[in-house]
Design a binder for this molecule. Sequence first.
Ligand code: SAM
Length: 280
Amino acid sequence: MATIDGLPPLREVINTHDLVAKKQLGQNFLLDLNLTAKIARCAGDLSACDVLEIGPGPGGLTRGLLVEGARRVLAIEKDPRCMPALDEIAAAYPGRLQALNADALEVDVMAHLTPPVRVVANLPYNVGTELLIRWLTPQIWPPFWQSLTLMFQKEVAERIVAKPRSDHYGRLALLAQWRCDAKIVMHLPPEAFTPAPKVHSAVVHLTRLPAPRFPADEAILQRLTAMGFNQRRKMLRSSLKGIGPQIEAQLLEAGIPPTARAEEISLEKFCALSLIVARG
Ligand code: SAM
């Protein structure tokens, strides 16, 4: 059957290169090129951007990104078995795909990318959250990327976009929403992948803000949210006791009842509290 890019269907690619999925590498492949092109479109206009893709596998999403007009794609794949398949795609799109066989946690990506950069990936579950936290906490803001369009298991996606008083609200929501707009743009059932995972998945699109949404002391904000959410059922006057003897007065000054729990507190209030605590 003809494909949208004239390259062989992904099932054939997988058979040709004997890419039996490895669980320890989080390999659940997307084989429907119409679906991968749709994910690529969720990232916005790619024609003037370099795209960083982590974990291209046999290249389904990579091909979607190229079909949708990405200026250049840097694809970092840990599994050396996938490289011949990626080389075939690179040959079909001269100068537009650089495939690196490396661990994404080890690569200095900016040595290979030209801004503006968008990140688009069906992330391996074992390193997905770690990569997201790295991308959200660079030393300098704004970061190297303009947007992140990332597939996660649905539960992680819900933690990123969660609002106060919901079960999924916590540190990841605060970290992401402090400096980004974040929304879920697509839901995928297990059958969309080969092999099918046990869980549902969702694509989250995060757009960086030029500056954090509210002024805050970053280190103290991290500490407050870690302490508050590590004991999320406790009242803040108790979970934040370690901050110091004035914590009750500081909570009141920030407009937070000391009897409230972390999951009830908005990002804005957490940021205000961080500044009050920083002032001492
Ligand atoms: N993008 C492909 C797709 O959508 O069909 C594959 C996605 S699969 C969920 C995750 C991919 O990440 C696998 O190909 C796996 O080998 C790769 N991977 C796992 N750990 C990695 C790491 N640390 N660095 C780079 N790639 C990694």
